[in-house]
Design a protein around this ligand. Structure first.
Ligand code: FES
Length: 317
C-alpha cells in the first residue's frame, strides 16, 4: 500500500497522557476519503502503529488521531508523543475493519479510555446520517476524558442526553452499568465498542446472545506480548525454507527477512489478514482474532503475533 507524506499541523493535549494530532498532506491536497471506524498506519520512530481516525469523515482536509502514551510503549506511542508541530511523517491510506452498519438502526457506542477515538468519528457520521445513537464513555476521571469538548458540543447541537460519561467506576460498578446498557437491545440496534481487553471481554460476554451482525468491536491494541522463549524455527512448507525466529522478532518479520512474504495488515493479531495453516508443531496463540475453540485446534495461527511452544513450526506458506 502506498504511503502518504503528511505534516503534523496541530497537536492538542486532550487529556492526561492523550494528545491529538491533526495531520495534513505535505502537498496541501485533500487526503483520501474514509468512513468512521477506519484507521491508518503511522510510520514513526522506525515502527508502524495503527491509530483510529477520530475526525469528521466529511472533512478530508486533515486526519485527526488520538494517541495515548502507553506506560509499556513498544516505541510507537512514545515516538508519536515526541513529535512537534511541523514535523513530517508517513502514513498509510485508511483501512476499515470497524465500519458502521449500512442500515439506519439505532447505534449504541461504548468506549473506554483511548478506545473512544473511533467512536468520535462514528458520532460525526451518525449525526450526518441522522441516525439515532447514544454514546457511553468510561474513563478514570474527568482529566482522562479525551475529546470531551467535541462530544459535549455535538450533544448540545443535537438533543442533550446522547453523551453519557461514566467516571471513576470500579470493575463491579462498570459491570453493573454494562448490564443495564446491554440487557435489552432495542429493535434493530447495533452496538459498537472499543477499549482495553477486560472491558471488551465484559461487553462481549453481555452481548453473546445478541445477533452476531449487530455486535461490532475493535481492540485498540493487542496487549503487548512478553517474549520469554529463546526462539524457534519456522519451516515455510511451500519453499522448504527454514527460518530462525529470534525472541525479539515476529514470525512474519523473520520470514520477510528471509524473502518469504506473508500478507499483513494490523501486525497485532487483530485483523486476521495473516491467518496461516499450521502443518506441524504447536503454536502459542497471542492473537485476538481466533476464538477459543479455533485456538484449541492448533491448525491455524496468526504469525504476526503468535509464537511456538515447539522447537519447530511448519506453516503452509
Ligand atoms: S496482520 Fe492482522 S492479524 Fe496478523
Amino acid at each position: 500500500m502506498s504511503k502518504i507524506d503528511v505534516i503534523v499541523e496541530k497537536i492538542t493535549e486532550e487529556a492526561t497522557d492523550i494528545k491529538s494530532l491533526r495531520l495534513v498532506s505535505r502537498t496541501g491536497a485533500a487526503l483520501p476519503p474514509f468512513e468512521a471506524g477506519a484507521h491508518i498506519d503511522v510510520h514513526v520512530g522506525g515502527v508502524a502503529r495503527q491509530y483510529s481516525l477520530c475526525g469528521d469523515p466529511a472533512d478530508t482536509s486533515a486526519y485527526l488521531i488520538g494517541v495515548k502514551l502507553e506506560a509499556q510503549s513498544r516505541g510507537g506511542s512514545k515516538a508519536v508523543h515526541a513529535l512537534k508541530e511541523g514535523d513530517c511523517l508517513q502514513i498509510s491510506e485508511p483501512r476499515n475493519l470497524f465500519a458502521l452498519d449500512a442500515g439506519n438502526g439505532p447505534a449504541l457506542l461504548i468506549g473506554a479510555g483511548i478506545g473512544i477515538t473511533p467512536l468520535v468519528a462514528m458520532m460525526h457520521q451518525l449525526k450526518a446520517r441522522n441516525t439515532a445513537f447514544t454514546l457511553h464513555y468510561f474513563a478514570r476521571s474527568s482529566e482522562h476524558l479525551a475529546f470531551s469538548e467535541t462530544l459535549l458540543r455535538t450533544d448540545a447541537e443535537l438533543d442533550f442526553g446522547r453523551m453519557h460519561f461514566h467516571l471513576g467506576l470500579d470493575a463491579q460498578a462498570t459491570g453493573d452499568q454494562l448490564d443495564e446498557l446491554l440487557a435489552r437491545p432495542e429493535p434493530g440496534q447495533h452496538v459498537y465498542f472499543c477499549g482495553p481487553g477486560p472491558f471488551m471481554e465484559a461487553i462481549r460476554q453481555r452481548c453473546k446472545d445478541w445477533s452476531k451482525e449487530t455486535v461490532h468491536f475493535e481492540y485498540f491494541s493487542a496487549e503487548p506480548v512478553e517474549v520469554t522463549d529463546g526462539g524457534f524455527e519456522v519451516i515455510a512448507a511451500r519453499s522448504g525454507k527454514r527460518v530462525w525466529v529470534g525472541p525479539d522478532q515476529s514470525i512474519t518479520d523473520a520470514l520477510s527477512a528471509a524473502g518469504v512474504e506473508v500478507c499483513v495488515s494490523c501486525e497485532q493479531g487483530i485483523c486476521g489478514t495473516c491467518l496461516t495453516r499450521v502443518l506441524d508443531g504447536t503454536p502459542i496463540h497471542n492473537d485476538l482474532f481466533l476464538n477459543d475453540a479455533e485456538k484449541a485446534k492448533n491448525d491455524q495461527m496468526l504469525p504476526c503475533i503468535s509464537r511456538a511452544s515447539t522447537h519447530t513450526l511448519t506453516l503452509d506458506i
